[in-house]
Design a protein around this ligand. Structure first.
Ligand code: HEC
Ligand code: HEC
Length: 331
């Protein structure tokens, strides 16, 4: 089922029965977000272009250079580093205080002199090194041949392609944006209702399926937002075989205390996005154990609405289900 984004916006506003119980004291506190590998690389790429390309840019001809291209530094440093950590550390080790002794590019030192000292923060240099290690960086056309002539062996730059990744990240962040804002709304409304009038009221009046919309919707045509589960309460929220597979893999990540990364699949203009929904204390009032966190009278009510309910017996920090979001990019 595909719903026009605008339509959902209108419908969800009127369906949100809990809106009238808006309780602002339950706003989600803003989360401290660590940079993902992709975001760190993006930061590194920008910093490198702003602060290092003056002397290390890939486009000057071989004759007019004032320093070696970054690709040469990457290739040389990779020869000595067996892990990413070693690579990143050795770049910082040099840049922190360049000396002739530390320099690995002896030919470059001879031709250009030792790199002049400038103050850089360790954080920015590590971001640059992270980007250099993980991604293919621009290199001059002559470089491959030059390297093979001087160092022997076949040259091929290591790393992922930058552009493809960037594309994927954008789609992932759109999906994540939907999931987060929808979750924040649900949570706020649900908690407000539960606090004011109890769990039963929340059950009766909170239309948890009404999906609020955010500004990020403006960038897409159609979006279909679902919450699905392998142990679903509503028969309509049953996970497909593929979604069940993803739930299992997210479950593993959560158990191992890894930060789950969204799964993004692309098919032409169409994007599918999957992200886990994890339980906290509050959820157990309706998804925990009957007689323990779920009061019997609440459960009787639940069973009346959902006679085939499978969504009980959860503990905190478990994958209750996933967001399964489908959207199209606007042309
Ligand atoms: C003002 C010019 C200049 C700027 C700006 C500059 N470099 Fe350099 N860099 C050089 C020169 C010249 C060399 C080659 C001589 C050498 O190796 O010391 C070099 C060499 C290097 C090397 C290899 C050192 C070796 O031989 O082992 C690294 C690593 C490096 N630069 C990192 C950076 C990073 C990262 C930035 C940006 C944050 C940067 N440089 C900015 C001039 C510059
Ligand atoms: C007040 C009771 C209540 C609370 C509290 C509650 N839920 Fe639910 N939950 C429900 C009901 C009722 C449904 C069925 C909604 C529907 O018909 O789509 C549901 C459905 C779901 C679904 C969709 C899949 C399914 O089983 O149908 C997910 C995922 C989910 N809840 C996660 C959570 C999480 C995570 C929390 C805590 C942050 C939570 N719920 C808190 C009552 C509750």
């Amino acid at each position: 089922m595909k719903i026009n984004a605008l339509l959902i916006a209108v419908i969800s506003l009127s369906l949100f029965a809990c809106k009238k119980n808006n309780n602002t004291s339950y706003e989600d506190s803003s989360e401290v977000v660590e940079l993902t590998s992709q975001e760190l690389a993006e930061k590194g790429k920008k910093t490198m272009e702003n602060k290092c390309y003056l002397c290390h840019n890939p486009s000057s001809s071989e004759k007019n250079r004032v320093g070696p291209p970054m690709a040469a530094i990457k290739a040389r440093y990779l020869q000595d580093a067996s892990t990413k950590e070693e690579f990143v550390n050795s770049i910082w080790h040099f840049v922190e205080k360049p000396t002739k002794d530390k320099a690995k590019l002896k030919g470059a030192v001879k031709r250009f002199g030792v790199m002049p000292y400038q103050k850089y923060s360790q954080e920015e240099i590590e971001a640059i090194a992270h980007f250099m290690y993980e991604y293919k960086i621009e290199e001059p056309e002559w470089f491959g041949e030059h390297w093979e002539k001087n160092h022997g062996g076949e040259y091929g730059q290591k790393g992922k392609e930058w552009n493809a990744e960037e594309q994927e990240k954008d789609l992932a962040s759109i999906g994540l944006e939907y999931a987060k804002s929808t979750k924040a709304q649900l949570r706020k409304n649900l908690m407000g209702a539960m606090q004011k009038e109890g769990v039963i009221h929340a059950l009766e009046f909170c239309n948890v399926r009404a999906m609020p919309l955010t500004d990020s919707m403006a960038t897409v045509h159609n979006a279909n937002i679902k919450r699905v589960s392998d142990r679903n309460r509503n028969p309509e929220n049953k996970a497909s075989e593929k979604e069940t597979k993803y739930i299992k893999s997210f479950n593993k990540q959560i158990k191992n205390r890894e930060e789950p990364s969204p799964i993004v699949e692309q098919n032409g203009d169409q994007t599918n996005f999957y992200y886990p929904i994890v339980t906290n204390d509050m959820c157990l009032k309706c998804h925990g154990e009957v007689g323990k966190q779920i009061e019997q009278k609440t459960y009787d009510k639940i069973l009346k609405f959902y006679p085939e309910d499978k969504a009980i017996g959860y503990d905190v920090n478990q994958v209750r289900g996933i967001w399964s979001i489908e959207f199209e990019e606007k042309q």
